[in-house]
Every structure is written in structure tokens, then in C-alpha cells.
Ligand binder design. Sequence first.
Ligand code: AMP
Length: 282
Amino acid sequence: MQIATTVAEAKHITRAWKREGQTIGLVPTMGYLHEGHASLIERARRENDRVVVSVFLNPIQFAPTEDLDRYPRDFDRDCKLCEEIGADLVFHPDPAEMYHDPHAYVNIDLLSDTMDGAARPIHFKGVCTVVSKLFNITQPDNAYFGQKDAQQLAIVKKFVEDLNFDVKVNGCPIVREPDGLAKSSRNTYLSPEERAAAPVLFRAVQRGREIIAPNMKASELEAQMKAVLAEEPLADTEYVTAVDALTMQPVETIDRNVLVAMAVRIGTTRLIDNFSYELPRA
Ligand code: AMP
């Protein structure tokens, strides 16, 4: 497995593979890898000749008030995991290698004004910019993103289509702890007491899955899920929203395919979870 820290090195390696006609799968990550990331890398390994994992804590998707400084890092452990799964290249640039001030951005107003985009106004601009750069640098045929960040996945699919990137964007299921908590690098922030409270997000997802039905009022669905969250004293709900699966805009009734997503603070840690619902065909 090779490690590239400069754009030039990563381009050199991936361009050589392309010239040989090999397919490339890219898994973009911010590092501190866990089984959720591993599932994406494993799928990329199965579906491509070459696998690139980017480990880049992207500063421009964090607001100054957010957790960039304390975000967990362990690059040696990340490399071991990538090597075990059989990745061919880890791309691990410095922020200074990726961004020169002033820098151009890729932005998407569509799909990013609700939920996480509303709570974190610069977040998806940072995500779209870094993903575009990673696509141009590594030239993947396939890219793999988790359903855990469902709004991010929808946004990436949209800008890849709108800007004609030649990349197939693949969504991968949420990997969970045995008690249902979605795996996340941020789970390390939780105290033992907070960790015990955190599966309440999954219980709300389960409640939502049980009761959702065609033509149900979204407000009723959201209220019942919020009631589950309210049973946990350490949980502070930021949003629970049912949105159109493609536009990410709130729906009033469940009359199409929807994403039902939530953000909840447990102490100071912001956790997200969601489920997708496809309307049964008439
Ligand atoms: P991150 O390092 O948090 O930016 O995540 C990198 C990629 O891994 C994103 O596409 C995430 O959606 C995905 N991911 C993170 N956690 C999980 C999980 N628990 N299950 C599936 N995919 C995940």
C-alpha cells in the first residue's frame, strides 16, 4: 500500500493506473476509521481494480465554533486498517497542500438549506469543494459514501450529475454498534453516561420505521419520534424532519420516497441518524 501526501504524487499514481485501464474506487474520509468506514473500503475493494482511501480532516467544512481542533486522529491505525482491507493508496495531504488562500469553491444551494445544511451553513460548501478536488486528483470510477450522512450523499449525487463528473456515487448502509448507535468518529467524545444515553437516536429511528405509512402526516411522525427522544434526559433534539428523498425539502405528508433524519445533542456531542422510506407502489 502506498501513501501519498501531495496532490502531485496522488495524481502520478492514479494516472498510471488509468493508463493501464484499471478501475479506481475512492473512499473519502476524515480519518479515525471505524467499521463504518471499513464497510465502504471493503465494498470498494470488491468492485474496483484499485482502491484509494483519502484521510483528510477537511478544515473548510467546519465552522470556527465546531470541533475541528478536537476531532480524533490516529493516522497510523487508519493506515493499518486500510492495509488489512487491501487498499492500494492512502491519500493524506496537509490542509496547506489542498488549499491556497484565496481558493475557489464548489457550492450547491440546492438541497443544502435544510437539516444539517441549515444548522451548519458552510458545511456542504466545504464538502462539495473537497469531494470535487478528490475526484479530480484521484480520477475514480466509483466513489463510496455512507447513508449515515444521508444529506451529504444526496448532495454529492446531485452535484456529480449537475457538473458532469464521470464518477458513479455509491451509497452504503449505516453500520451500527450492537445497541444500535450508528458508528461515528465522534462517538469517542461521549462520556460513559452519554454513551449509555446515545442509542436513543436508534430507538427513535425504530419508532419511525414502525409507524411510517403512506399519506401519514409528517408532523405526526416527527412528534412520535421526538417523544422517544424526549424520554432520554441527556438528549437535546435539534431536528427530526421528513424530507423528499431527492430535494431534501420538508414534506407535509408521506406521499413520496422520503428521508427521515435527525440531529440530537447528547451533552456537547452532536449525533445524527436517519432512515429512508420508499412509498409502496400502488
Ligand atoms: P467521515 O470520516 O465521518 O467523513 O466519514 C467518511 C465516510 O464514511 C462518509 O461517507 C460517511 O457517511 C461514512 N460513514 C461514517 N460512519 C458510517 C457508518 N456508521 N456507517 C456507514 N458509513 C459511515
